[in-house]
Design a protein around this ligand. Structure first.
Ligand SMILES: Cc1ncc(COP(=O)(O)O)c(C=O)c1O
Length: 437
């Protein structure tokens, strides 16, 4: 058995669910063929445990590696930080510099706090917003991680309805007493936020939302959300964990919105794969962090801020978003064209830097797994997502799209000859969780 598969089998015995992140589970792609583990990654190339080499056109470290894998500029800064000691009894000066840099990029913000994962930083932001307002209820829109404050949106009065708002995110283990403290509304559906406010306006502590996801904001949507925050006194928090550093150096809201939030949260692209996350905000709100207890040992280590400073500097100089717009639009147009020419009902969406497609077919799980399989045979890690990195070049996109062209033709042939499931060497792909569309 190949090392990659033997390790997956062993991990299933030792680690519940095999991985620490749903999106990196091999069954999200196609179990028994997806390599699962890597031995080395550099630029946009990945080597698996068996030394097989791939061009990675899949999830780019699930959006964390905005520059590319093992980026020399970022790694050099991290190596220097390690050589100077990553932790001691004093604090690292890099975190103060990082707070300055983030506030310079976002002039509406005055202060910053740091954590190491996205969900942690969001929990910090929600705690600060609740402390500042003295209220409990959070209106949320989009995906915000695994924390209790967010999964509480899936606690229904009747446990049979648990999970109905954000399908695929199970709230087992989240105290039922949190029911009603988090309420979800859909992107571009201002009426749904108004309905939450009508029911709970006196209790609304925060509105937590992604600045953009599948769709761009419709005219008046963000302004409408801002007006609700202003009217109710709720804190408007932009979750920039995925969208940040895809449209410009900093939050997507800088490029896409006419108004500004009260707080914003970053992770993923902020550290190019190193663990770091940040909450920035207005001083009057951020100071509420002092009325509560928000404190953790490993939030003081040096690697995260050192990586973030180097990553922001490299991003500002290289401006990879210009490439993301060009490549992403090319990929999206090609998927749609290839799919439709082969008779598939295609849905293509997402930010240019983080595009996705789906096919309107009851057996989409098998089609997706067959896509993964055919692309692996071309030496490419791919799925129905394509997250771009600065390390991608024109030749990578050419090679990727040529492989897609062949793969869509094979998928059409499979559809005509008994369906894709019969051709799978692995398992059909598992459905991911779905955001409220
Ligand atoms: C918008 C958004 N918020 C929060 C998170 C959670 O971040 P993390 O996985 O670092 O906890 C993610 C991760 O995908 C995300 O995309």
């Amino acid at each position: 058995m190949l090392k990659s598969f033997a390790l997956q089998k062993h991990a299933l015995e030792r680690i519940p669910g095999m991985t620490q992140l749903l999106s990196k589970r091999p069954d999200m792609f196609s179990r028994n063929i997806w390599p699962g583990y890597y031995s080395r990654a550099k630029g946009a190339t990945v080597w698996d445990m068996d030394g097989r080499q791939y061009l990675d056109m899949s999830i780019g470290g699930i959006g964390a590696c905005v520059l590319g894998y093992a980026d020399e500029e970022v790694d050099d800064a991290v190596i220097r930080a390690i050589q100077d000691g990553v932790a001691c009894s004093l604090n690292c000066p890099e975190e103060v510099r990082l707070a300055d840099v983030l506030c310079e990029l976002h002039p509406w913000a005055d202060m910053a706090r740091f954590a190491r994962s996205g969900a942690e930083a969001l929990a910090v932001a929600v705690r600060i917003a609740r402390a500042h307002t003295g209220r409990d209820v959070v209106a949320c829109c989009g995906y915000h991680g695994w924390s209790d404050w967010y999964l509480a949106a899936n606690l229904a009065g009747d446990s049979a309805l648990d999970g109905h708002l954000l399908p695929g995110l199970e709230p087992a283990g989240v105290p039922r007493g949190l029911q009603g403290t988090s309420r979800a509304f859909r992107y571009n559906h201002l009426d749904e936020l108004h309905a939450i406010v009508a029911a709970d306006s006196a209790k609304l502590a925060a509105i937590v939302m992604e600045p953009v996801r599948s769709d761009l904001p419709e005219h008046g949507f963000i302004e409408g959300v801002r007006a609700v925050a202003d009217k109710t006194g709720a804190v408007l928090v932009m979750d920039e964990i995925s969208a940040g550093f895809r449209f410009c150096a900093g939050g997507a809201h800088l490029a896409l919105h006419a108004t500004r939030p009260d707080m914003a949260v970053f992770s993923k692209a902020l550290g190019n794969g190193y663990a770091v996350s940040a909450v920035i905000g207005r001083k009057d709100i951020m100071q509420a962090a002092q009325q509560t207890f928000i404190s953790s040992t490993n939030w003081t280590e040096r690697v995260g801020p050192a990586a973030a400073l180097a990553c922001i500097k490299a991003y500002a100089a290289r401006k990879p978003h210009e490439k993301f717009f060009r490549f992403g639009q090319r990929v999206k147009a090609a998927w749609k064209d290839m799919g439709e020419r082969n008779g598939f009902a295609m849905h293509v969406g997402g930010m240019d830097a983080m595009a996705h497609f789906s096919i309107d077919d009851p057996d989409f799980s098998s089609f997706k797994a067959y896509f993964v399989q055919c692309m692996l045979e071309e030496g490419i890690l791919a799925s129905n997502l394509c997250y771009l990195m600065d390390a991608h070049c024109d030749a990578d996109i050419d090679r990727y799209l040529e492989a897609c062209e062949k793969t869509f033709a094979k998928m059409a042939e499979a559809r005509e000859r008994g369906g894709p499931a019969r051709r799978l060497k692995g398992q059909p792909a598992l459905a991911s969780f779905r955001r409220l569309a």
